[in-house]
Ligand binder design. Structure first.
Ligand code: UT7
Length: 323
C-alpha cells in the first residue's frame, strides 16, 4: 500500500514581532487579558509589501533544504490560504514561478484555519493514487491585512506566517505501523458561515473586507470538533489516544487546546504549542508547529502524531501520521 511519508518540513515568520504591550493603546486591552484568555504573548506581522506568496516562498525554500529535495522533484504544490496575494490567479502559481519550478501543478485551497488539513488530505490522495510522487503542502497567511485593528475581540488573536511540508510516496505494509499518513478526515457545516467570516469579497462588496467572529460560538465548536476528528482518525486505524505521542492542534487559543486535550485524556505535554509566540496564523499554524517540534528534536521517527484543525465555514478535520 502506498503511503505519503513526510520528507521534511519548513517555516518562515516575518521579522517584525508585535508583543501584547506593542498593540495600539486605543484598543483598551491588556497583556494580562490576552495572556489569560488566549495564551498569546506576541505575534509576527508581515512588513509593508511582504505578501502571502513571499512568506510561502521562504517556507518552501526552508522545507526543500531541510528535506534535501530539489524543486524539480515537486509534482504538485498546494497553498492553503485565505489571504491570497490577489483574487486570482492562485498564490501557489506565484510561489511556483518564484521557486523556479517549471513543471507539475500549483493551486490554492481555501478552508481558512482548516486549510492545511484539507490540502494535506488532497495531496495525500494524489500521492496514494500515483498522480503525484512528491507533493509540497503549504499553509501561508497575512491575516494582519484583513483584521479590523479597532476590534479588540479579534485583532489581538492573529499573526502572519507560513509553513510547508513535503510528502513523498513510499510503499508501506498497509497497517498502522507504516510510516507516513495513515488517514485524513475532512468535514464542513456551512450553517456556521456567519460565525467566522470576512465582510467583503469580489462577488459581494468588491473590496477585501475585515474578519468578523462570534468568538464564544467558535470556541465551543473548535473544542468539540477537533476532539471528534482526532477520535475518528484513531478509530479508523484501530488505535486509541494511549497510542498517541503528539497532537499538533490548530493554534487559536491555549484554552481551546487544553479543553480538547482534557476531552481526549491527553497530557498537556503531548500538545505542540506555538500560539504564545505566533498567535493564530490560520492555515499556517500546523506546519509552523510541526516544524518547531521537528527542529527541537521532539518528533522522533516512528512516533504517532495527530494533526487537527477547525475554522471558518465551519470546516474541521484531522490527519493521523507516523513520523
Ligand atoms: O481559528 C479559529 C478561529 N478562532 C478561534 O478559534 C477563536 C475562538 N474564540 C476564542 O478564542 C475566544 O472566544 C476569544 C479569545 C475570542 C474571547 O474569549 P472569551 O473568554 O470567549 O471572552 P468573551 O468573548 O466572552 O468576552 C469576555 C469579555 C467581554 O467583555 P464583557 O462583555 O464581559 O464586559 C469582551 O468585551 O472580554 C472582553 N474582551 C476583551 N477585553 C480586553 C474581548 N476582547 C478583549 C480584549 N481585551 N482583547
Amino acid at each position: 500500500m502506498r503511503r505519503s511519508v513526510v520528507l521534511g518540513c519548513g517555516a518562515y515568520l516575518p521579522e517584525r514581532i508585535v508583543t501584547n504591550a506593542d498593540l495600539p493603546k486605543e484598543l483598551e486591552t491588556s497583556d494580562e487579558w490576552i495572556r489569560q484568555r488566549t495564551g498569546i504573548c506576541e505575534r509576527r506581522i508581515a512588513a509593508e509589501g511582504e505578501t502571502t506568496s513571499d512568506l510561502a516562498l521562504n517556507a518552501c525554500r526552508n522545507a526543500l533544504e531541510r528535506a534535501g529535495c530539489g524543486v524539480d522533484e515537486i509534482d504538485v504544490l498546494i497553498v492553503a490560504t485565505a489571504t491570497p496575494d490577489h483574487t486570482f490567479p492562485a498564490t501557489a502559481t506565484r510561489v511556483q514561478a518564484n521557486l523556479g519550478m517549471k513543471r507539475g501543478a500549483a493551486f490554492d485551497l481555501q478552508a481558512v484555519c482548516s486549510g492545511f488539513i484539507y490540502a494535506l488530505s488532497m495531496a495525500d490522495n494524489m500521492v496514494r493514487l500515483g498522480q503525484a510522487n512528491t507533493a509540497m503542502v503549504v499553509g501561508a497567511e497575512t491575516f494582519s491585512r484583513i483584521l479590523d485593528w479597532n476590534d479588540r475581540s479579534t485583532c489581538v488573536l492573529f499573526g502572519d506566517g507560513a509553513g510547508a511540508v513535503i510528502l513523498r510516496g513510499e510503499e508501506g505494509k498497509g497497517d498502522n505501523t507504516d510510516r507516513g499518513i495513515l488517514s485524513t478526515h475532512i468535514f464542513s457545516d456551512g450553517t456556521g458561515y456567519e460565525m467566522l467570516y470576512v465582510d467583503g469579497g469580489p462577488s459581494t462588496t468588491g473590496v477585501t473586507g475585515h474578519l468578523r467572529m462570534e468568538g464564544r460560538e467558535v470556541f465551543r465548536h473548535a473544542v468539540t470538533r477537533m476532539a471528534e476528528a482526532v477520535e475518528k482518525s484513531l478509530e479508523t486505524n484501530n488505535l486509541t489516544t494511549d497510542d498517541l505521542d503528539w497532537v499538533v492542534p490548530h493554534q487559536a487559543n491555549i484554552r481551546i487546546m487544553d479543553s480538547m486535550a482534557k476531552r481526549l485524556a491527553l497530557k498537556p505535554e503531548q500538545l505542540v504549542v506555538t500560539v504564545d509566540k505566533q498567535a493564530n496564523t490560520s492555515a499556517a499554524t500546523i506546519p509552523l508547529a510541526l516544524t518547531a517540534a521537528d527542529t527541537d528534536g521532539r518528533l522522533k521517527m516512528g512516533q504517532l502524531v495527530s494533526l487537527t484543525a477547525m475554522g471558518g465555514g465551519f470546516t474541521w478535520g484531522s490527519a493521523l501520521l507516523r513520523w
